[in-house]
Write a protein of this length. Structure first.
Length: 155
């Protein structure tokens, strides 16, 4: 069971890159998002909560195995954050799947790397697996908010 948790924590291997594991891990999520893009709202909501549950369940084992609780190669949290970002773009804009995923990816990575405001607070103040997850949820939330604003302005 520990090996399963580890492989989930590292995004089925997508985070094991020695350089920029958060970026490669996020790229690893894009095929799944492409696959569900036209899916109904319930698929998106359930998928997001399943990813969050898997993150809380697997992150401690990934940290134990890699020797650091928030090791860069743990990317299941990026998967959940990117899912939230893509959700915002999918449901609040008229962008096509390819353009939407590109904007979502770029926006999510910018917020995840620069850690403005709430993203930084979550990383510093929330302990354990929840903190590892919530900074990425906050980064995805920023993209969701931008998508909502963009969708309102362009309507």
């Amino acid at each position: 069971m520990n090996r399963v948790k580890f492989w989930i924590a590292v995004g089925l291997g997508s985070g094991l890159s020695p350089t920029a594991p958060g970026t490669t891990g996020t790229i690893g999520m894009l095929p799944l998002l492409f696959f569900i893009w036209e899916g109904p709202l319930i698929v998106w909501i359930l998928g997001f909560f399943v990813l969050c549950g898997l993150a809380i369940w697997s992150i401690p084992e990934g940290g134990r195995h890699l020797g650091e609780p928030d090791h860069g190669q743990i990317v299941i949290d990026e998967w959940a954050g990117m899912c939230l970002a893509a959700f915002g773009i999918r449901f609040f804009t008229d962008l096509s799947v390819w353009i939407g995923l590109c904007f979502g990816f770029i926006g999510f990575r910018i917020f995840d790397i620069t850690k403005p405001g709430v993203v930084s607070w979550c990383e510093r103040k929330i302990p354990g697996a929840w903190g590892v997850l919530m900074d990425d949820i906050a980064a995805g939330g920023y993209v969701l908010i931008l998508a909502l604003v963009f969708g309102i302005i362009s309507a």
